[in-house]
Design a binder for this molecule. Structure first.
Ligand code: FEO
Length: 396
């Protein structure tokens, strides 16, 4: 039987799949699971690159042991310290007491802070090379993708980059390991969701990282999540490039909250008018029930956002407030923005959304639609005017 974990004669996949966890970081849904990828590199000396989530330490150890047999593990390279990758460090040290842990100064500080390990470490700096005997790893810092200690390891002899979370995606690996072996279609939408949720705030650091690796003649990308990329490297890099530039393609996300259906009816009307004005696609989300990771994914994908909210306790409706705070945290530099809102006795939602747009420095398109009490056809001309303003701006 073909050994799919053998990526080359000298590089081996030893990661695991997680189809149990429901929320990544306790926040983001995992309908297709997630993989925690780790790799063994074998020269005359051996290295393990990254580890896995604490729940899967036993499987990682079994995978490493199966690969190494009686050989010692000489180095453990830590590209990224978030515990979904670093949680097995202490166990590795227990099983391989002589292993030397390789990281940059920030990494080593975090290893001390998280796991109380301070000895048997090797500090590396930008461009340093670790000679494994017939095979080398060089280290390149890519801070804030998406933690400050993050680095990538480059194996020039195998033209393989171990990229940490960069180029990662949600989605467990169903049998295969590389994009040549897997059905990759589900990973494209999962990559958009992963990027928007996990890395979305750090567009500029991702751009700097892309520039840093642009000069490398990469044949294989070994990320910490998702497939090992070979055939689709161009598409993966292009996707990270586009997302980190915050470039939206033409389309509208219409996200709203509604308690008793009046704001929702306004949303439906605006959507109808948008499509009648020739706008497509229009993607709608009721924020009380939507998966926020999907909403964020689509806001990263499309260039126009329309938000609707009832006034609630003199503020925005909480699910709307939650979305706007996540957008604010992601520092998205530009989206075409329009809004609508409702109230019963004192309006606040439209004012708060207008303030949000000002704080983001996003242009407000059209006059906000503001509904007092129940929905009626009287509001429809304002909905049409808003939709037509958005359509005209998109065409311009
Ligand atoms: Fe997959 Fe930032 O850890």
């Amino acid at each position: 039987m073909k050994d799919l974990t053998k990526l080359s004669d000298r590089i081996f996949y030893v990661g695991v799949n997680d189809r149990m966890k429901q929320l990544f970081e306790g926040l983001w849904s995992l309908p297709l699971g997630v993989s925690y990828n780790a790799y063994v590199v074998c020269g005359e000396r051996t290295a393990l690159i990254d580890t896995v989530d604490a729940c899967y330490t036993g499987r990682l150890l079994a995978n490493v042991r199966e690969r190494l047999g009686d050989r010692p593990l000489d180095y453990l390279v830590i590209n990224h310290m978030e515990p979904d990758h670093s949680a097995s460090i202490a166990a590795i040290r227990q099983v391989y007491p002589d292993v030397r842990i390789v990281g940059n100064a920030r990494t080593l500080q975090m290893i001390g802070g998280y796991y109380g390990i301070a000895d048997g470490t090797v500090e590396v700096k930008e461009g340093d090379v670790l000679d494994l005997g017939g095979l080398t790893l060089s280290f390149h810092l890519i801070p804030m993708v998406h933690w400050p200690e993050t680095m990538v390891s480059w194996c020039a002899e195998e033209r393989t980059i171990f990229s940490g979370d960069a180029f990662g995606t949600f989605g467990a690996l169903n049998g295969g390991v590389t994009d040549e072996e897997l059905d990759v279609e589900p990973f494209w939408t999962e990559m958009g969701r992963y990027y928007a949720c996990i890395v979305g705030k750090y567009g500029q650091p991702v751009q700097r990282a892309l520039q840093k690796v642009a000069g490398l003649d990469i044949a294989t990308i070994c990320s910490t999540h998702g497939p090992v990329w070979r055939r689709e490297i161009g598409r993966v890099v292009a996707m990270y490039d586009r997302l980190s530039r915050y470039e939206g393609e033409p389309g509208v996300v219409l996200a709203y909250g509604s308690m008793y259906g009046n704001t929702e009816q306004t949303a439906e009307r605006i959507a109808r008018e948008l499509v009648a004005a020739g706008v497509k696609p229009v993607v709608m989300y009721n924020l009380s029930t939507a998966d926020l990771s999907q909403v964020l994914r689509d806001i990263f994908r499309y260039d126009t956002l329309i938000v609707g909210s009832p006034t609630y306790n003199g503020q925005l409706y909480p699910p709307v407030e939650s979305l706007l705070s996540k957008l604010s945290a992601r520092c998205i530099p530009y989206r075409r923005f329009a809004c609508f809102g409702s109230f019963t006795w004192a309006g606040a939602a439209v004012r708060r959304m207008t303030e949000f747009a000002e704080s983001m420095k996003w242009p407000m398109i059209g006059a906000p639609v503001e509904l007092k009490q129940g929905y009626s056809t009287a509001v429809e001309p304002a909905c049409r005017a808003l939709a037509e303003a958005v359509a005209a701006d998109m065409k311009s």
